[in-house]
Write a protein that binds this ligand. Structure first.
Ligand SMILES: NC(=O)c1ccc[n+]([C@@H]2O[C@H](COP(=O)([O-])OP(=O)(O)OC[C@H]3O[C@@H](n4cnc5c(N)ncnc54)[C@H](O)[C@@H]3O)[C@@H](O)[C@H]2O)c1
Ligand SMILES: N[C@H](C(=O)O)[C@H](O)COP(=O)(O)O
Length: 335
């Protein structure tokens, strides 16, 4: 363990979808733990043991409570057992595992609130399985906003940012059908999102004057209204309001030309109007290094930029690099 990490609270990991690659990412992170800040996982220990066996990894799984996690980290992977069980059936998601998935996320937030962990890193979830189990939130991002409200009693404004040294993007609307984007995209929403982004890039990432490039919604940012009115009537007024707050925001920019290498030099983060406008360039440019970080929360949460990867779960082929980048960023932001 690096010397300067010894007195830090651990980082809480959540198991994610049991049928996905989350369990093996946690095991792979534990295999390299001498290079990492201390962490423990909320998971089903039997699932982790079975998955370690499947991928041929010899890893001691040390059951512990949160207080014992630091000591357990010296011996292996510290696991705080979940009350709900999760089956080890890679590639076969089932609502059976949903209660454990949700419990892990709730307990990680609770641990931070109680001073037993300093940040959380979440392994990927399958949203559809959770919806079928009655989960009311589109994804982690919005659920963590509710947990921020529940445990900290503060209104949270969770904002998704996919961050890497290569590119950082924020989708203003997130997990909604594309057909609903124009109606959901309001001047107030763009303005509020920009405020959270500018504030957290200053406070958490240490940027003195964050530069926000704002994408338009339509091709060519509307072509002066000929290809859609939202850029002129909704996006542009929000940018004026952000500038009035002293934020270095500009646009609306045509989204097709704002991600090439020279364009990216001019901004710290691209504010995009919908999910794939933001995440497609980020994953194309930085799939193995990018991290999903939730801004606007009273605590630090990061996650890899990829999903459950059912096609390779349990095969040992999962690349842990985005997960490890998530751990490093959570460590940096919570020091
Ligand atoms: N943070 C999250 O919880 C999160 C993020 C994204 C997607 N998801 C969920 O994941 C599920 C599957 O989504 P998807 O198929 O669109 O994307 P995905 O990222 O799971 O997979 C896309 C492709 O990339 C590969 N891949 C992904 N991660 C990899 C890794 N670490 N190493 C090697 N290859 C990897 C997969 O094998 C697959 O071929 C969906 O239910 C989605 O909601 C969750
Ligand atoms: N939109 C994200 C992605 O594709 O990477 C992802 O689904 C994660 O969303 P949450 O962090 O809200 O679960």
């Amino acid at each position: 363990m690096p010397h300067d990490s010894q007195n830090l609270l651990p980082i809480a990991l959540t198991m994610g979808e049991p049928a996905g690659i989350g369990p093996e990412l946690i095991l792979l992170a534990a295999a390299g733990r001498t290079q990492a800040a201390p962490f423990f996982a909320y998971a089903d220990p039997a699932l982790l043991a079975a998955r370690a066996h499947r991928i041929g990894l010899d890893m001691a799984i040390v059951e512990t409570d949160e207080a014992g996690a630091g000591h357990a980290f010296e011996k292996g992977l510290p696991v705080v057992p979940l009350r709900n069980k999760a089956p080890d059936r890679p590639g076969e998601p089932d609502v059976d595992g949903a209660a454990a998935v949700i419990e892990a996320i709730e307990r990680a937030a609770g641990a931070i609130r109680l001073g037993r962990a300093r940040a959380m890193v979440t392994a990927p979830i399958m949203k559809d399985v959770l919806y079928r189990a009655g989960f009311k939130h589109p994804g982690h991002t919005e659920f963590l906003g509710e947990l921020g409200q529940r445990f900290w009693d503060q209104p949270a404004e969770p904002v998704m940012m996919i961050w890497s040294e290569t590119v950082a993007v924020v989708p203003v609307t997130i997990h909604i059908p594309l057909a609903e984007v124009p109606a959901a995209l309001t001047e107030d929403l763009i303005f509020a999102t920009g405020l959270v982004v500018a504030s957290d890039l200053k406070a958490r990432f240490g940027l003195a004057a964050p530069r926000l490039a704002v994408a338009g919604l339509n091709p060519h940012a509307g072509e002066n209204g000929a290809l859609g009115s939202e850029d002129r009537d909704v996006v542009a007024p929000a940018i004026i309001r952000l500038r009035d707050e002293g934020i270095d925001a500009w646009g609306p920019l045509p989204a097709d030309t704002m991600f090439h290498a020279r364009a990216r030099q001019s901004y710290d983060v691209a504010l995009c109007m919908y999910h794939d406008q933001a995440l497609a360039p980020a994953k194309a440019l930085a799939f193995d290094e990018a991290v999903n970080v939730t801004l606007g929360l009273p605590f630090v949460r990061t996650s890899p930029d990829h999903g459950t990867a059912f096609d390779i779960a349990g095969t040992g082929k999962a690349n842990p690099s985005s997960f490890l980048a998530s751990l490093r960023l959570a460590d940096r932001l919570s020091r």
